[in-house]
Design a protein around this ligand. Sequence first.
Ligand code: FHN
Length: 470
Amino acid sequence: MTVTPRILKRCILVSIVAPLLASAPGIPRAQVSRGQSAAPETPERAARMRWFREAKFGLFIHWGLYAVPAGEWKGQPIAGIGEWIMNRAKIPVKEYEQLAAQFNPTKFNAVEWVQLAADAGMKYIVITSKHHDGFAMYGSKASPYNIVDATPFKRDPLKELAAACARKRIRLGFYYSQAQDWHEPNGAGNTWDFGPDDKKDFDQYLRTKAEPQVRELLTNYGLVCLIWFDTPRMMTAERSQRFIDLLRNLQPACLIDGRLGAAGDYRSMGDNSIPNTAVKDDWEVPATLNHTWGFKKDDTDWKPPSELVFKLVDIVSKGGNYLLNVGPTAEGIIPQASQDNLRAVGRWLKVNGEAIYGAGPTPFGNELGAYSETEKDKNGKPVFQVRQDWRCTTKPGKLYIHLFKWPGATFELRGVKDTVERAYLLADPKHKALPVKKNGDAVTVTLPERAPGEYDSVLCLTTKTGGAQR
Ligand code: FHN
């Protein structure tokens, strides 16, 4: 990728603005910034985590009644992320509920959605089974406020997705808003209908809706790869433990994300927040393709494929997973621009996927950037200046150098202790050996004049030991 001023500006803007946009008012920052650390490694956890460590790239789907207003209420555009419209516009339950009668996504096709994930090179899907608005996107016996019982559609999209995923061998997980439920008098978050949260019988809501619904999800949809809890308001250790027990009893291999309220299997970073440097824990960044999670008709500021590839590589080189979101319309269509940009990433992965799936973090670090010695942020802390020329991912015996900016005739890499046995480009189908010189810990590779691929050309160096593996 050539890092154009537009992309650089966007990266800086996104790292500052997106976390603000994507965390709606009322969510304490601590909850959405760096998630809780993962539980300590045990043989059981290592076994559960194996697929996640290999997968690296997943599809997030935010789909619910909020796709009907699509960011507009009573003719007025409502600021903020689309799925928060009920909260942002303080829509009373009685009015918001009426959206169910209008929700009839007849163009929904589970096979096509799963095919998109496969084309994009994604290995798992996480879909909203119930977001903060309280509406279940599956047939739930625990609450009639669900897509099968309350809409003209009457179908269960999660059942259809589970079948399509099983056929394509893509794992399926469910987002579940365990604490916020704006439909329930005792759920967290709806203060405009039901008054302050601290006056509510939160355990009554957990026992009668959230826990039974998580039980349903773990019972009726085959193997669930993970439950993605979110915004753990009022989630004490004891309340969180009840969910952990449910999961471990019903599906011991199912992962728990980092936003339950107690340590999960991995850490969830803040929305769109990629850490500056490598992080040792297992972790994941949930991220948007535009600025919203749920569909908003006026948000068409799509990240281009070059930026998506850069972010995927950047995240993998720091040890994480990328969970990238689409917000389907109320008809059941994934916006065309989302589809196009994801498929472009998939085409890049077809050539270079070896450097992503199951790959470990960089053994270097200087290529990521450095703290400025002069520039300070508003808290007086040094600003991290991101470098974007190259990144490194690793496998035993291999260093993958991702060249976003083609360096010209040669590429020099410092800090290589090992002997480099071969160098070649993944985009070259013959993997023709490129000339390599070693001088101390510096390796110089002679490159073709032009980048062989789009966005990021990967130079593979085979060495005796390769990079650090977990
Ligand atoms: O409030 C939610 C938001 O709507 C969205 O689901 C994101 C995805 O990570 N999580 C919460 C904010 O962090």
